[in-house]
Structures are given as C-alpha cells and as structure tokens.
Ligand binder design. Structure first.
Ligand code: ADP
Ligand code: MG
Length: 287
C-alpha cells in the first residue's frame, strides 16, 4: 500500500456511515421519482460521494473519491489544475455520468440516476465562471427572469409578479448588494457586480446546495472581500461548495477545506491544518 493510500484510509475511517449503506444501497439501481424540495438530511449530511470513479479514455479524472458535505456548511475545494474539481461538480449536477460509485443527495436521492433537469429541480444550483446574465435587461429583470425556468412563459409571467415574488427579489437584491442599481442594465455592471447578479439569479431558484466554480477569478481586492462576505452569509440557509484557486480568498472565508489531488481527497481540515500539511505543500501550495 502506498503512503498516499494509507493516509487516505486513516483520513476516511472516521467517516464511514453505516446507516447510509443500510438505507441506500438496496435502492441504488432503482430509478427515483423526484419531488423537488423533498430531501432527507436527517443525519446532517446533504451530499454523500462514495468510491466515485470517472475516467476519460482510460484517464482517471476522479479516482475512488469519497467526500461528504454537511447540511448548511460552506466548503472550499482546492487542488491543482486537473485535480478533478470541475469533473466532480459535473457529476453532482448530472452533466457527467460516473463509471461507478455513488452520489447521494440526502439519504434518498441518487443523483447518478437523475437528469440534469431533475437535479436542478431538486435544489442543486451551479454557478459557472462565464456569466449568463442577460446584458440588455436590468438587474431587476434578470432576477425576475431567473425565477422562471420555462422561457416560453416569460412575457405573461412578468406582468403579474405576486407580492411574494417581489419580496423574494428584494431579499435577493439585498443579499447580493445590488439594491441601489436595480434598474441598471446588466451590460453596465462591473465584473464583480455581474458575478453577484449571477449568484442572485441562482438564489431566485431557492437552491439548497450551491456549487460555485472560481467565483473571484478576475475580481478586484474589494470585490473579492465582498464575495467572501456574500458566500459566508449564504451558509446555514444553503450548503455552499466553492472551488477556488485564490488562497487569500479561501483563508478569508474560513471554512472547512478539502484538497483534491489526482481525483481523490488528499487532505481535509481548516485552512491552518491544510497549510501545515506536508503533503499538501508538496503537491499544491509549494508548486
Ligand atoms: P480541475 O477542475 O480540478 O482543474 P478537471 O475536473 O477539469 O480538473 O479535470 C480533471 C482531469 O480530467 C484533467 O486531466 C482533464 O484534462 C480531464 N478531463 C476533464 N474533462 C474531460 C473530458 N470531457 N474529456 C477528457 N478529459 C477530461
Ligand atoms: Mg476546473
């Protein structure tokens, strides 16, 4: 057994959830009917990734990955380029199917047997690096449009926002800090503001689990700080997974950090533990 394998074993031994095995495995080959909002997090864990493998033409992008997320936590995922971070998000959101392994959302939903649409409906939202805001619409309109996933019914719905929907937009505007520029066209926003609007559009869909890939790439120092506040504020109400390269940013949001390397978990802990971990320094921080 290699040194790395030994480390992996000791790292994961405390995280074996027997109840998971008992309850879930008999169903894992079955197709589930998904009722959005119905998620069982009674054990405090919102996402279970176990023994996950994904390969591309024989190359193992995800290699026996086991990782758990606590309901409501803010988790940072770091790791060198090619570590498998984006592939992991692709599997969670149903974009990529694994070779084998399990990915459960709560105790009952097997994400590897759900479509991308069903996964989104079940409350998993993803923010990509490239913004998908509508540049010719205002901040308000963008949030309004994000409420409705069926684009064909936009014109009719916009005319009749309920009080509840208006409250939701106000709440999200406050969260993303764009209340003062609600009538600005999205095209006129700064890079940071555009990213926050994008997060706001995701929030309009009430995601329970939010996946965010490199949120502060290209941001100014101030924008980065504001984004740290924003994401920290979302934790608790949402479970937030942040993939990020910017170490200062990761340190500033002070959450549990998982280091991926060659498709599996190399280390997990708070930023101090991660920074003082010799293996992490070797493969990542010292590179
Ligand atoms: P990260 O996001 O951590 O930088 P990725 O998940 O994007 O890493 O990639 C992991 C590895 O898998 C890389 O070596 C990448 O080249 C490879 N890879 C990812 N997606 C594909 C794909 N669709 N086809 C072939 N190889 C891929
Ligand atoms: Mg990536």
């Amino acid at each position: 057994m290699s040194q790395l394998d030994k480390i992996r074993q000791t790292m994961r031994r405390d995280r074996v959830f027997d109840f998971v095995a008992e309850q879930r495995y008999p169903f894992s080959s079955q197709r589930h009917t998904v009722i959005p909002g119905e998620i069982d997090v009674s054990h405090g864990t919102i996402l279970y990734i176990e023994s996950l493998n994904v390969s591309f033409d024989g190359f193992k992008a995800i290699n026996d990955l086991t990782l758990y997320l606590n309901d409501g936590e803010l988790r940072c995922i770091i790791g060198p380029n090619g570590a498998g971070k984006t592939t992991m998000m692709d599997v969670i959101t149903g974009k990529t199917r694994p070779d084998n392994g399990t990915v459960y959302y709560g105790q009952t939903m097997d994400l590897t047997h759900m479509t991308e649409y069903e996964i989104a409906q079940a409350g998993i939202g993803r923010k990509f690096q490239k913004p998908t805001v509508f540049p010719n619409h205002t901040v308000f309109e963008n949030l309004e449009l994000a409420m409705h996933t069926d684009k064909r019914v936009w014109p009719s719905l916009i005319a009749q926002l309920s009080g509840e929907q208006k409250d939701k937009i106000d709440e999200v505007l406050h969260t993303i800090g764009l209340t003062d520029i609600v009538q600005s066209r999205a095209a006129l926003l700064s890079h940071g503001q555009t990213q926050w609007l994008e997060i706001g559009m995701l929030l309009m869909q009430n995601p329970r689990l939010l996946l965010v890939d490199e949120p502060v790439a290209g941001m100014t120092h101030q924008e980065t700080e504001r984004t740290a506040e924003l994401l920290t504020g979302l934790a608790g109400k949402h479970t937030v997974v942040v993939v990020e390269h910017d170490m200062d940013f990761v340190r500033s949001i002070a959450s549990t950090v998982t280091v991926l390397h060659e498709g599996s978990v190399l280390a997990e802990g708070n930023m101090n533990e991660i920074q003082n971990d010799a293996r992490v320094r070797e493969v990542y921080l010292g590179e």
